[in-house]
Ligand binder design. Structure first.
Ligand code: SME
Length: 162
């Protein structure tokens, strides 16, 4: 595992490009998904200064809060509820430019203005979601979707959720 984290600089693309190999290095020798989620939440949060960065895992048919960085968050989200429950139901990334325009958005924090939720899939089944909130509108786009889906794939490449 990498012993230090070089915080990426430059454009969004450049920062993701610098981040991906560091994430791969951190997770490659660690089989525990929660440990890897914790480090990935930390690295993404520090690299981009997001408002909230974390994971929800599918446990007994509900999304349950996992490792995260940022303010206190709601602990359980049902299928189809909020942005997280929608991404889980659709098994697809959901980009929300303005959370106030997303029907059913769950406001864990009133400071959150835009959001992206990326599902983690094993054998086509959603086992968790990566949820990132920004305190600004229109933070996330196709670039974030592309790279964060690669981050999600790195996390589930070998681990089995316990
Ligand atoms: N806003 C999310 C809930 C989780 S918090 O943002 C951490 C949603 O609508 O699903």
């Amino acid at each position: 595992m990498a012993e230090q984290f070089d915080i990426p600089q430059g454009t969004k693309e450049e920062r993701y490009e610098a981040l991906l190999p560091q994430i791969a290095s951190v997770v490659e020798d660690e089989p525990d998904l929660i440990a890897n989620m914790a480090n990935v939440a930390s690295m993404l949060h520090e690299a981009f200064g997001f408002w909230w960065t974390g994971f929800y895992r599918v446990l007994d048919g509900v999304l349950v809060l996992g490792p995260f960085q940022g303010p206190l968050a709601c602990t359980r989200i049902k299928l189809g509820k909020g942005v997280c429950g929608t991404a889980w139901q659709q098994a697809a990334t959901v980009v929300v430019p303005d959370v106030d325009q997303f029907p059913g958005h769950i406001a864990c924090s009133s400071a959150s203005r835009s959001e992206i939720v990326v599902p983690l899939k094993q054998a086509g089944e959603v086992v968790a979601v990566l949820d990132i909130d920004s305190a600004e509108l229109n933070t996330f786009d196709e670039v974030d979707k592309c790279y964060l889906e690669q981050v999600a794939a790195l996390l589930v490449a070998k681990e089995v959720v316990s």
